[in-house]
Each structure stands twice: as structure tokens, then as C-alpha cells.
Design a protein around this ligand. Structure first.
Ligand code: NAD
Ligand code: DAU
Length: 341
């Protein structure tokens, strides 16, 4: 089987491609990534010597380029991770989110249809369901929960999901969609909560907690997400959506305090700052469908996973030090200067 994995120089795509290249030596993997600010060749450097792996730099929204690549490679399976993925950036500039997440997905779908791939898998997010109230802990997102987006990011991901489903219904393209909760683990870009707080705490910088810090996210260790996608590709039913989550709900404050405690840093580093506009209150996945149909279960608890993740960042300083020494500083100033002054 020949796989096209898009966005494989990013956080989840990078972990996924390491997992797949290692575990399926007889399959071929092409990693297509534009190397935006979020893509990092250091994440996938060790794969370069593998015989069943090739990296290609390119844009999923570039129709001619994508059609040529499909013609050349004749893929069996497409797994689309490539996206603009950060909610705060979508508040500042939604346009690139529409281009990459919606138009890019459409280009991939057209190519998958024209070249008759056996499976097109769309990596989506629980954010398409909007949020749940904080005081209704009995409520969870199921695959039937209506789409009800809050940010330009989640709206663009929902738009992409609807396109994917339309190509199934109208053209019988064999698609699947997964909607996962918040991931954490190695290689996550330090704009996201966990690596951002960890790296700032290490240099005793203030930790900008939005609002009152009581918003809830449902955390999943990244490799549990990767294994779930692998199962969906091999055993999932075409035309279906699968939610992925491990019932690891934590308030942002709990997460930040865990990081501080592990790093032996004081809670006085926490600074409550202006809230994210449209900030979703609570995410919580009901994973019964994937557990029942595909026998998937998360293997890593939050307690174990967060410690492993902190240790990974401590022992891979050069990976994130390269990132924070560049353009990243401009982003941090733009996002946090007023909030922290
Ligand atoms: P990321 O931002 O770390 O990585 C995205 C990757 O896509 C980068 O390598 C980037 O260079 C690449 N990319 C961006 N635009 C591209 C384009 N036009 N053409 C080709 N490549 C392009 O993102 P992530 O956190 O790894 O998320 C991956 C996917 O998983 C996204 O689709 C996201 O919506 C989804 N998701 C993320 C989470 C999470 O917690 N991070 C949870 C659920 C779903
Ligand atoms: O639920 C899945 C989604 O999880 C994915 O689709 C997104 O791609 C991914 O970025 C993530 O979205 P969130 O907005 O939940 O993640 P983020 O790490 O940006 O924020 C997590 C929580 O922490 C959120 O409630 C906002 C809060 N936060 C975040 C940052 C960056 C802060 O309080 N301060 C911060 O500086």
C-alpha cells in the first residue's frame, strides 16, 4: 500500500508518520508538508534513511502540484493532517485557515476521486461540535452532536468535514473522518497550552492563563490518537465519523499547576490575562463508538503522559530552542505583550 500523509512535519502528523513507517515496513509513505511556521524538518529527520519513506515539500491547496503528485505516485490511501491548527491565530487572520483547511481539503478530495484512492481519511477535531457547559458534566460529544462552531479555525475544520462527507454521498469516495480531543506529547509546537507553559516556566516567565483558567479540555496522549487513526484506516467503516478521546478532562489551571509542580516552579508565575474571544468552555468526548466497533482504548493516562511529555521537552531542548529563537518571538509579542503588560 502506498500512503500519502499530509502535514507530517507537524505535531500529530509527525508522530503518526514515525509510528507508521516503523510499524509497516512493507508499506510506502510519502510525507507532504508545506513547512509553514508549524512544520519542522527536525521532527522527521531520523526518517530520512528509511527505504519506505519520502518527504515532499508542497501545498495541499496547489491543485496542479497535487494532481501531478497523485499521477506520479498512484496513492492507495490519503491521510490529511495538514492544516492551520491554532485557534488564537485564526482570531487574528482567518483567511489562511479557509485556504488551507477548506480549499486544501477540496483539492485533496478531487485528486483522491480522480485517482480512485481506496481510502481518504480526514483528521478532524472535536472543536467542530462547539463547546459544552461547565456545569453539565453528564454531557459529552457523540458523533451525532450537531456541528456548532465557535472560531474561524473550528468553522474551517467543520467546512472541510462537510466537504468530505459530500464526496462520500455524491461520488462514493471511500472516506472516514476522526474527531479527536486535545492532544499533547513530543513535538508539539510551543504555541499550544502545554509546551508554551512548560517552556515559559523553565525560564521563569509569566504564564498567561486566559480568563479564570476554569475552561476544560479533554487531553489525549498523541500516540493514542495515532493508533486510533491506524485502526480506522484498517478496520473503520467507510462513510463513518469516529470520535477519539480518553476521558481525561482537566481545567487549564489544573494542567498549568501540574507543570509547575513537576518543574518545581512557584504558582506565582501564573498570570490571569484577557480571555480568548469566543473561548470554548468545555470539550469532552464520548469515545464509545470507536471502543465498541474497533476495540480502541487509550493506553496512556494523563498522569503518565504529562510526565513523559515534560521529560521529553527537558531532554530535547535543542528541538524547541531552535523554534523559539526565530520568528516565534514576534508571535509571542503579538499575542501576549498587551495581555501581560
Ligand atoms: P500542526 O500545526 O502542529 O501541524 C500542521 C502541519 O501542517 C505543519 O507541519 C504544517 O507545515 C503543515 N501545513 C500547513 N499548511 C499546509 C499546506 N497548505 N500544505 C501542506 N502542509 C501544510 O498541527 P497538529 O496539532 O499536528 O494538527 C494536525 C491535524 O490534527 C490538524 O488537522 C488539526 O486540525 C487536527 N487536530 C489537532 C488536535 C490537537 O490537539 N493539536 C486535536 C484534534 C485534531
Ligand atoms: O480540541 C482539539 C483542538 O485542541 C485542536 O483542534 C486544535 O488544533 C488544538 O490547537 C487544540 O485547541 P485548543 O484551543 O483547545 O488548544 P490550546 O492549546 O490553544 O488551548 C488549550 C486551552 O488553554 C484553551 O482553553 C485556551 C487555554 N490557553 C491557551 C493558551 C495558548 C491559555 O489559557 N493560555 C494560552 O496562552
Amino acid at each position: 500500500m502506498k500512503f500519502l500523509v499530509t502535514g507530517g512535519a507537524g505535531f500529530i502528523g509527525g508522530n503518526f508518520i514515525h509510528y507508521m513507517v516503523e510499524n509497516y515496513p512493507k508499506d510506502q509513505f510519502v510525507n507532504l508538508d508545506l513547512l509553514t511556521y508549524a512544520g519542522n524538518l527536525e521532527t522527521i529527520q531520523s526518517l530520512e534513511e528509511k527505504k519506505n519513506y519520502r518527504f515532499v515539500r508542497g501545498d495541499i491547496a496547489d491543485r496542479q502540484f497535487i494532481m501531478n503528485l497523485f499521477e506520479e505516485e498512484q496513492f492507495d490511501v490519503v491521510v490529511n493532517f495538514a492544516a492551520e491548527s491554532h485557534v488564537d491565530r485564526s482570531v487574528i487572520d482567518p483567511s489562511i485557515f479557509i485556504k488551507t483547511n477548506v480549499l486544501g481539503t477540496q483539492v485533496l478530495l478531487d485528486a483522491a476521486k480522480q485517482y480512485q484512492v481506496k481510502r481518504y481519511h480526514q483528521v478532524s477535531t472535536d472543536e467542530v461540535y462547539g463547546d459544552l457547559p461547565l456545569d453539565r458534566t453528564d454531557l459529552f460529544f457523540t458523533e451525532e452532536t450537531p456541528i456548532h462552531t465557535s472560531s474561524p479555525y473550528s468553522a474551517s475544520k467543520a467546512g472541510a468535514d462537510l466537504l468530505v462527507l459530500s464526496y462520500y454521498r455524491t461520488f462514493q469516495l471511500p472516506v472516514t473522518i476522526s474527531r479527536c480531543s486535545n492532544n499533547y506529547g513530543p513535538y508539539q509546537f510551543p504555541e499550544k497550552l502545554i509546551p508554551l507553559m512548560m517552556i515559559r516556566a523553565l525560564s521563569d516567565e509569566k504564564l498567561p492563563v486566559y480568563g479564570n483558567g476554569l475552561n476544560v479540555r479533554d487531553w489525549l496522549y498523541v500516540m493514542d490518537h495515532c493508533k486510533a487513526i491506524d485502526l480506522i484506516l484498517r478496520k473503520g467503516r467507510v462513510g463513518e465519523i469516529y470520535n477519539i478521546g480518553g476521558h481525561n478532562e482537566r481545567t487549564n489551571l489544573e494542567v498549568v499547576k501540574t507543570i509547575l509542580k513537576t518543574l518545581e516552579k512557584p504558582e506565582s508565575l501564573i498570570q490571569y490575562v484577557t480571555d480568548r474571544p469566543g473561548h470554548d468552555l468545555r470539550y469532552a468526548i464520548d469515545p464509545k463508538k470507536i471502543e465498541r466497533e474497533l476495540d480502541w482504548k487509550p493506553e496512556v493516562s494523563f498522569e503518565t503522559g504529562i510526565q513523559q511529555t515534560i521529560q521529553w521537552y527537558l531532554s530535547h531542548r535543542s528541538w524547541w530552542e531552535h523554534i523559539i529563537s526565530g520568528e516565534y518571538q514576534t508571535y509571542v509579542k503579538q499575542m501576549y505583550k498587551e495581555r501581560l503588560s
